[in-house]
Design a protein around this ligand. Sequence first.
Ligand code: SF4
Length: 201
Amino acid sequence: MEINPQMIPSLDDADAYEGNIVEDLRRSSLEPLPEKVILSEEELKELNRNIIVTTLDDAINWAHKASLWPVTCFTACCTFEFIATSMARFDIARFGMEVLRPSPRQADLLMAAGTLSWKMAPQIKRIYEQMAEPKWVVAMGACAISGGIFQDSYAVVPGYNHIIPVDVYIPGCPPRPETLLYGLEQLRNKIGHESIRLENK
Ligand code: SF4
């Protein structure tokens, strides 16, 4: 390809051209750029979707109520309703509750159901005392609430609330899984209103 010498700018022209570019940039850049980040409308929308403002109480309560780990004290027939509630049809895993803890030190919910004899009562009280704070108790079924049909017996505790504080009572003999789930929902509501500034119990 032949090069036309007329098309090649002289050194002076090239210097002048480059000088003009530099001078234009210098004139338009005498002020520093603003430090404020200007977001586009789309970026602002994205930001709004990714920032959550809440209180410490709400965050802690949400964690508590979404991961209750039960230790069970099931001494009689109500047990089977809890077992049914744990199975796929009712599925308490939806509430993060499927991990039953044989050790009270790893549990924060005592699920109490069935007839409790006075002979067993000290052991139940000890299990409750070994659980770390915060902790909650659910009394499930007539026997746990009041001793049920055995409440007149000399050997039966007329309700768990005689030996440990109970947060939620779930009536029935036995309560069906739907009732149990409703009671657990009441407990979750109660936990949702607790505050680290107040004594819980
Ligand atoms: S409340 Fe009824 S079903 Fe539950 S343990 Fe007592 S007798 Fe059995």
